[in-house]
Design a protein around this ligand. Sequence first.
Ligand SMILES: Nc1ncnc2c1ncn2[C@@H]1O[C@H](COP(=O)(O)OP(=O)(O)O)[C@@H](O)[C@H]1O
Ligand SMILES: [Mg+2]
Length: 265
Amino acid sequence: MIQSASNHEPLIRLVDVHKRFGPMVVLDGIDLELKTGETTVVIGESGAGKSVILKHIVRLLKPDRGEVYYRSKRIDNLPERALVSIRYRFGFLFQLSALFDSMTVADNIAFPIVEHSKKGKSEIDVIVAEKLAMVGMDGFQDRWPADLSGGQKKRVALARAIAVDPELILYDEPTTGLDPPRSDEINELILKLKRELGVTSVVVTHDMASARKVADRIVMIYQGKFIFDGTPEAVMKTDDVRVRCFVEGRCSDEVLKTLQGKSEA
Ligand SMILES: Nc1ncnc2c1ncn2[C@@H]1O[C@H](COP(=O)(O)OP(=O)(O)O)[C@@H](O)[C@H]1O
Ligand SMILES: [Mg+2]
Protein backbone atom coordinates (compact mmCIF):
# COMPACT_ATOMS: atom_id res chain seq x y z
CA MET A 1 0.00 0.00 0.00
CA ILE A 2 1.36 3.38 -0.94
CA GLN A 3 1.42 5.87 1.88
CA SER A 4 -0.07 9.25 1.20
CA ALA A 5 1.49 12.21 3.00
CA SER A 6 -1.75 13.92 3.80
CA ASN A 7 -5.30 13.57 2.64
CA HIS A 8 -5.65 17.32 2.46
CA GLU A 9 -2.76 18.01 0.16
CA PRO A 10 -3.63 17.25 -3.46
CA LEU A 11 -1.21 14.90 -5.23
CA ILE A 12 -1.24 17.06 -8.37
CA ARG A 13 -2.40 20.59 -8.91
CA LEU A 14 -2.75 22.48 -12.18
CA VAL A 15 -3.19 26.22 -11.69
CA ASP A 16 -4.47 28.40 -14.52
CA VAL A 17 -2.68 26.35 -17.18
CA HIS A 18 -2.63 27.82 -20.67
CA LYS A 19 -1.30 26.07 -23.76
CA ARG A 20 -1.46 26.93 -27.42
CA PHE A 21 0.05 25.37 -30.52
CA GLY A 22 0.64 28.13 -33.02
CA PRO A 23 -2.59 30.10 -33.24
CA MET A 24 -4.66 27.29 -31.70
CA VAL A 25 -5.52 27.74 -28.03
CA VAL A 26 -5.89 24.26 -26.53
CA LEU A 27 -5.89 24.99 -22.79
CA ASP A 28 -7.33 28.35 -21.81
CA GLY A 29 -6.94 28.47 -18.04
CA ILE A 30 -7.25 24.96 -16.59
CA ASP A 31 -7.41 24.42 -12.82
CA LEU A 32 -7.38 20.85 -11.56
CA GLU A 33 -6.60 19.22 -8.22
CA LEU A 34 -6.13 15.48 -8.01
CA LYS A 35 -6.93 14.25 -4.53
CA THR A 36 -4.92 11.30 -3.28
CA GLY A 37 -6.69 8.00 -3.92
CA GLU A 38 -9.36 9.52 -6.17
CA THR A 39 -10.13 8.66 -9.78
CA THR A 40 -10.78 11.71 -11.94
CA VAL A 41 -12.24 11.13 -15.41
CA VAL A 42 -11.63 13.75 -18.10
CA ILE A 43 -14.23 13.80 -20.89
CA GLY A 44 -14.52 15.99 -23.96
CA GLU A 45 -14.66 15.81 -27.74
CA SER A 46 -11.80 14.54 -29.88
CA GLY A 47 -9.15 17.22 -30.10
CA ALA A 48 -10.48 19.05 -27.03
CA GLY A 49 -7.14 18.80 -25.22
CA LYS A 50 -7.54 15.76 -22.96
CA SER A 51 -4.20 14.15 -23.85
CA VAL A 52 -2.56 17.57 -23.63
CA ILE A 53 -3.77 17.81 -20.01
CA LEU A 54 -2.24 14.40 -19.19
CA LYS A 55 1.04 15.46 -20.81
CA HIS A 56 1.16 18.55 -18.59
CA ILE A 57 0.69 16.42 -15.47
CA VAL A 58 3.77 14.33 -16.32
CA ARG A 59 5.59 17.31 -17.80
CA LEU A 60 5.86 15.87 -21.29
CA LEU A 61 4.54 19.36 -22.15
CA LYS A 62 5.19 22.68 -20.42
CA PRO A 63 2.46 25.28 -19.98
CA ASP A 64 2.83 28.63 -21.73
CA ARG A 65 1.42 30.16 -18.58
CA GLY A 66 0.30 28.70 -15.24
CA GLU A 67 1.78 26.22 -12.82
CA VAL A 68 1.87 22.47 -12.20
CA TYR A 69 2.56 21.04 -8.75
CA TYR A 70 3.38 17.52 -7.57
CA ARG A 71 2.47 17.65 -3.87
CA SER A 72 3.96 21.00 -2.81
CA LYS A 73 6.70 20.95 -5.44
CA ARG A 74 6.34 23.06 -8.54
CA ILE A 75 7.34 20.87 -11.50
CA ASP A 76 6.48 22.83 -14.66
CA ASN A 77 9.72 24.80 -14.46
CA LEU A 78 12.06 22.00 -13.31
CA PRO A 79 14.95 20.97 -15.55
CA GLU A 80 14.67 17.51 -17.20
CA ARG A 81 17.25 15.89 -14.91
CA ALA A 82 15.30 16.94 -11.81
CA LEU A 83 12.18 15.31 -13.24
CA VAL A 84 13.57 11.78 -13.38
CA SER A 85 12.96 11.10 -9.69
CA ILE A 86 9.42 12.44 -9.95
CA ARG A 87 8.36 10.87 -13.26
CA TYR A 88 8.85 7.35 -12.04
CA ARG A 89 6.10 8.02 -9.46
CA PHE A 90 3.72 8.23 -12.44
CA GLY A 91 2.48 5.30 -14.52
CA PHE A 92 1.27 6.22 -17.99
CA LEU A 93 -1.00 3.97 -20.04
CA PHE A 94 -0.71 5.51 -23.49
CA GLN A 95 -3.53 5.61 -25.97
CA LEU A 96 -1.92 2.93 -28.13
CA SER A 97 -0.46 0.53 -25.58
CA ALA A 98 3.05 1.35 -26.86
CA LEU A 99 4.69 -1.93 -25.87
CA PHE A 100 8.20 -2.58 -27.16
CA ASP A 101 7.54 -5.07 -29.97
CA SER A 102 11.09 -6.39 -29.90
CA MET A 103 10.84 -7.41 -26.24
CA THR A 104 8.91 -10.23 -24.59
CA VAL A 105 6.07 -9.41 -22.23
CA ALA A 106 8.35 -10.02 -19.23
CA ASP A 107 11.09 -7.74 -20.58
CA ASN A 108 8.55 -5.00 -21.31
CA ILE A 109 7.52 -4.99 -17.65
CA ALA A 110 11.08 -5.41 -16.36
CA PHE A 111 12.26 -2.41 -18.39
CA PRO A 112 11.16 0.38 -15.99
CA ILE A 113 12.27 -1.70 -12.98
CA VAL A 114 15.80 -2.06 -14.40
CA GLU A 115 15.84 1.67 -15.17
CA HIS A 116 14.79 2.76 -11.71
CA SER A 117 16.35 0.21 -9.35
CA LYS A 118 19.32 -2.06 -8.85
CA LYS A 119 17.21 -5.18 -8.40
CA GLY A 120 18.62 -8.52 -9.60
CA LYS A 121 17.05 -10.87 -12.13
CA SER A 122 15.33 -13.23 -9.69
CA GLU A 123 13.80 -10.37 -7.75
CA ILE A 124 12.61 -8.75 -10.97
CA ASP A 125 11.07 -12.05 -12.13
CA VAL A 126 9.00 -12.14 -8.95
CA ILE A 127 7.81 -8.55 -9.44
CA VAL A 128 6.97 -9.18 -13.12
CA ALA A 129 4.88 -12.23 -12.17
CA GLU A 130 3.14 -10.25 -9.44
CA LYS A 131 2.28 -7.35 -11.78
CA LEU A 132 1.07 -9.73 -14.50
CA ALA A 133 -1.09 -11.57 -11.96
CA MET A 134 -2.57 -8.23 -10.94
CA VAL A 135 -3.89 -7.73 -14.49
CA GLY A 136 -4.79 -11.41 -15.02
CA MET A 137 -1.87 -12.14 -17.36
CA ASP A 138 0.53 -14.28 -15.30
CA GLY A 139 1.95 -17.01 -17.55
CA PHE A 140 2.31 -14.70 -20.56
CA GLN A 141 5.91 -13.73 -19.67
CA ASP A 142 7.54 -15.29 -22.74
CA ARG A 143 4.97 -14.13 -25.28
CA TRP A 144 5.60 -11.37 -27.81
CA PRO A 145 3.39 -8.28 -28.03
CA ALA A 146 2.54 -9.09 -31.66
CA ASP A 147 0.89 -12.33 -30.52
CA LEU A 148 -1.46 -10.65 -28.06
CA SER A 149 -5.01 -9.40 -28.62
CA GLY A 150 -5.83 -5.70 -28.16
CA GLY A 151 -7.22 -6.27 -24.67
CA GLN A 152 -4.21 -8.37 -23.64
CA LYS A 153 -1.82 -5.69 -24.88
CA LYS A 154 -3.62 -3.08 -22.80
CA ARG A 155 -3.34 -5.28 -19.74
CA VAL A 156 0.38 -5.89 -20.27
CA ALA A 157 0.89 -2.15 -20.79
CA LEU A 158 -0.97 -1.61 -17.53
CA ALA A 159 1.28 -4.15 -15.77
CA ARG A 160 4.23 -2.14 -17.07
CA ALA A 161 2.66 1.12 -15.88
CA ILE A 162 2.43 -0.27 -12.33
CA ALA A 163 5.85 -2.00 -12.42
CA VAL A 164 7.54 0.58 -10.20
CA ASP A 165 4.56 1.10 -7.87
CA PRO A 166 3.42 4.52 -9.07
CA GLU A 167 1.37 6.86 -6.92
CA LEU A 168 -0.50 8.12 -9.93
CA ILE A 169 -1.74 6.24 -12.99
CA LEU A 170 -2.76 8.13 -16.11
CA TYR A 171 -4.96 6.22 -18.54
CA ASP A 172 -5.34 7.73 -21.99
CA GLU A 173 -8.48 6.25 -23.60
CA PRO A 174 -7.93 2.82 -22.05
CA THR A 175 -11.05 1.23 -23.56
CA THR A 176 -10.88 2.71 -27.06
CA GLY A 177 -10.80 -0.02 -29.70
CA LEU A 178 -11.93 -2.75 -27.32
CA ASP A 179 -15.26 -4.60 -27.49
CA PRO A 180 -17.69 -4.08 -24.57
CA PRO A 181 -16.64 -7.15 -22.53
CA ARG A 182 -12.91 -6.30 -22.94
CA SER A 183 -13.65 -2.67 -22.09
CA ASP A 184 -15.36 -3.73 -18.94
CA GLU A 185 -12.37 -5.86 -17.94
CA ILE A 186 -10.26 -2.71 -18.15
CA ASN A 187 -12.81 -0.77 -16.09
CA GLU A 188 -12.68 -3.50 -13.45
CA LEU A 189 -8.88 -3.32 -13.44
CA ILE A 190 -8.93 0.44 -12.94
CA LEU A 191 -11.21 -0.08 -9.92
CA LYS A 192 -9.07 -2.94 -8.63
CA LEU A 193 -5.81 -0.96 -8.81
CA LYS A 194 -7.43 1.90 -6.96
CA ARG A 195 -8.77 -0.44 -4.29
CA GLU A 196 -5.70 -2.64 -3.84
CA LEU A 197 -2.87 -0.16 -4.48
CA GLY A 198 -4.54 3.02 -3.26
CA VAL A 199 -3.38 4.84 -6.39
CA THR A 200 -4.63 8.19 -7.61
CA SER A 201 -5.86 7.98 -11.20
CA VAL A 202 -6.79 10.12 -14.15
CA VAL A 203 -8.75 8.47 -16.93
CA VAL A 204 -9.27 10.20 -20.26
CA THR A 205 -12.14 8.69 -22.18
CA HIS A 206 -15.07 9.27 -24.45
CA ASP A 207 -16.70 6.09 -23.23
CA MET A 208 -19.44 7.31 -20.87
CA ALA A 209 -20.18 3.81 -19.53
CA SER A 210 -16.54 3.56 -18.50
CA ALA A 211 -16.53 7.12 -17.11
CA ARG A 212 -19.55 6.49 -14.93
CA LYS A 213 -18.21 3.20 -13.67
CA VAL A 214 -14.70 4.24 -12.63
CA ALA A 215 -15.04 7.93 -11.74
CA ASP A 216 -15.15 9.49 -8.33
CA ARG A 217 -15.29 12.74 -10.18
CA ILE A 218 -15.81 13.78 -13.81
CA VAL A 219 -14.50 16.93 -15.46
CA MET A 220 -15.37 17.99 -18.99
CA ILE A 221 -13.13 20.15 -21.15
CA TYR A 222 -14.77 22.32 -23.79
CA GLN A 223 -13.06 25.04 -25.79
CA GLY A 224 -10.04 25.09 -23.51
CA LYS A 225 -11.89 25.29 -20.20
CA PHE A 226 -13.54 22.92 -17.76
CA ILE A 227 -17.28 23.44 -18.08
CA PHE A 228 -18.25 20.63 -15.71
CA ASP A 229 -16.72 19.28 -12.50
CA GLY A 230 -18.80 16.92 -10.40
CA THR A 231 -19.83 13.38 -9.53
CA PRO A 232 -20.97 10.74 -12.05
CA GLU A 233 -24.49 11.18 -10.65
CA ALA A 234 -24.36 14.94 -11.21
CA VAL A 235 -23.14 14.62 -14.79
CA MET A 236 -26.28 12.69 -15.68
CA LYS A 237 -28.49 15.42 -14.22
CA THR A 238 -26.81 18.58 -15.45
CA ASP A 239 -28.79 21.11 -17.43
CA ASP A 240 -25.74 22.29 -19.38
CA VAL A 241 -26.61 21.39 -23.00
CA ARG A 242 -22.94 21.09 -23.97
CA VAL A 243 -22.42 18.42 -21.33
CA ARG A 244 -25.72 16.64 -21.99
CA CYS A 245 -24.96 16.47 -25.67
CA PHE A 246 -21.68 14.68 -24.96
CA VAL A 247 -23.01 12.48 -22.17
CA GLU A 248 -26.08 11.32 -24.06
CA GLY A 249 -24.17 10.86 -27.29
CA ARG A 250 -26.81 12.67 -29.31
CA CYS A 251 -27.63 16.31 -29.67
CA SER A 252 -31.02 17.71 -30.63
CA ASP A 253 -31.15 20.36 -33.37
CA GLU A 254 -31.95 22.86 -30.68
CA VAL A 255 -28.84 21.92 -28.68
CA LEU A 256 -26.67 21.99 -31.76
CA LYS A 257 -27.93 25.49 -32.55
CA THR A 258 -27.12 26.59 -28.99
CA LEU A 259 -23.65 25.05 -29.23
CA GLN A 260 -23.01 26.76 -32.52
CA GLY A 261 -24.21 30.06 -31.08
CA LYS A 262 -21.86 29.62 -28.10
CA SER A 263 -18.83 28.80 -30.20
CA GLU A 264 -19.44 31.79 -32.45
CA ALA A 265 -19.94 34.09 -29.48
N1 LIG B 1 2.63 18.57 -29.82
C1 LIG B 1 1.62 19.17 -30.49
N2 LIG B 1 1.86 20.06 -31.46
C2 LIG B 1 0.86 20.68 -32.12
N3 LIG B 1 -0.44 20.46 -31.86
C3 LIG B 1 -0.75 19.57 -30.91
C4 LIG B 1 0.26 18.87 -30.17
N4 LIG B 1 -0.35 18.07 -29.26
C5 LIG B 1 -1.68 18.24 -29.44
N5 LIG B 1 -1.92 19.14 -30.42
C6 LIG B 1 -3.26 19.61 -30.85
O1 LIG B 1 -3.96 20.03 -29.69
C7 LIG B 1 -5.33 19.67 -29.77
C8 LIG B 1 -5.70 18.82 -28.57
O2 LIG B 1 -5.06 17.56 -28.70
P1 LIG B 1 -5.32 16.35 -27.74
O3 LIG B 1 -5.10 16.76 -26.34
O4 LIG B 1 -4.47 15.24 -28.24
O5 LIG B 1 -6.87 16.05 -27.97
P2 LIG B 1 -7.76 14.91 -27.28
O6 LIG B 1 -8.77 15.63 -26.43
O7 LIG B 1 -8.43 14.21 -28.42
O8 LIG B 1 -6.85 14.03 -26.50
C9 LIG B 1 -5.51 18.96 -31.10
O9 LIG B 1 -5.99 19.88 -32.03
C10 LIG B 1 -4.12 18.50 -31.45
O10 LIG B 1 -3.94 18.41 -32.83
MG1 LIG C 1 -6.21 12.10 -26.82
